[in-house]
Design a protein. Sequence first.
Length: 205
Amino acid sequence: MQIIHLLQDWWQHQTWLEIIGVITGLACVYLAAKNNIWNWPIATISVTIYIFIFFETHLFADMGLQVYFFVVNLYGWYYWSNKPVTEKKIPVARITKQAALISAGAIVVFTFILGTLLKYTTASFPYLDSFCTACSLVAQVFLARKVMENWLIWIFVDVIYVGVYIYKDLHLTAVMYAIYVGIALMGYVDWKRDYKKQSPSPPAP
């Protein structure tokens, strides 16, 4: 009975805004992992909700990230819609060494600059939050361009986010990101299988 009361008490502290954000967030990531274009319109709903949630919890880098996600979601929707005439879907690509090096450098620079700026605000975990934001910026671009390695970045950053959201008492969001890890792993496996079926394999952008 005590466990039931604890669960009831926990549920009463959850907001409908976060619940809807979690549902749409899980739906869009699952659809992306399954290579389904409908992930993009659902994703725009989820990120809009989380702009408000992260503002209220002082995760300002994450809030700004959602604005960026909103724009990239629209781009991804457009890019995935413009498939080659001979293909049912936009082909999956692989990352190049040059793109990997540029992305790693951009993450380091972005983390330092944004973390330093946020250090003088009320932001929580300025450098860690900035690092996760930087990784997410790169991963989202790769997702929009259908670069397979986007899922490996998401697995890494989502594990970190789980700890951050537990600390900030965003328990439903933490659960959502834990599920994201599993979905990202599934996405990587599925996209890798699709990539191997392609002939010839397209180069990464």
